[in-house]
Design a protein around this ligand. Structure first.
Ligand code: SF4
Length: 184
């Protein structure tokens, strides 16, 4: 399991990571951090998020993950179609075109709705991220995550005010190709 530590997470996120590792007995967790030289050269002020969030995500998320995925044939994400209008066509399986490696991306929760998710978490006594109860249904780095009002997309609090909906690890879903069976 890979955890992208951008060094800009909420403290609650790091505590939640540790809580899940302990609760689920996870082994082999790898914490990925940005390259120190890249940070020093391109974001020494830690403020790149405020004027170039794409560049900040590239340094803190995309590059560290790309470096770590070389030995993998597939990745599994937790993305759900209901999270945002840009994810409504999210398929369960899609090619990962981020680096030309021919990797498969699997989204097993793509068609789960919020009720099914909540029921599953309750049935298996899975803790929620502590900030969910405080109005943050989708949580990324602290400078780029704001509270969401009732009726808004769950991800509308991410990069609010910017024309940006994804960090660069995932693009807006273009949906499945011909022949895709959504009830697979
Ligand atoms: S979410 Fe914000 S702080 Fe985090 S890497 Fe992207 S721009 Fe930087």
């Amino acid at each position: 399991m890979l955890f992208l530590d951008t060094l800009r997470h909420f403290p609650e996120t790091l505590a939640y990571r540790d809580q899940l590792v302990a609760r689920l007995g996870l082994t082999g967790l790898i914490n990925l951090t940005p390259d120190a030289a890249q940070l020093a050269a391109r974001d020494a002020s830690n403020l790149r998020w405020s004027y170039d969030p794409d560049g900040c995500c590239a340094i803190r998320k995309v590059a560290p993950l790309a470096s770590a995925l070389g030995g993998f044939d597939a990745t599994i994400t937790g993305r759900k179609a209901f999270q945002a209008s840009t994810r409504t066509a999210l398929p369960r399986f899609e090619p990962d075109t981020s680096d030309g490696a021919g990797r498969l991306k699997i989204n097993p929760l793509a068609h789960w709705d919020a009720n099914r998710l909540a029921a599953h978490m309750a049935a298996h006594d899975l803790p929620a991220h502590p900030l969910v109860a405080q109005g943050f249904p989708s949580i990324g780095c602290s400078p780029c995550t704001s509270r969401v009002a009732p009726g808004e997309d769950p991800r509308s609090g991410r990069w609010r005010g910017w024309d940006k909906t994804e960090c660069g690890i995932h693009g807006p879903s273009e949906g499945p190709g011909p022949g895709y069976d959504p009830v697979f």
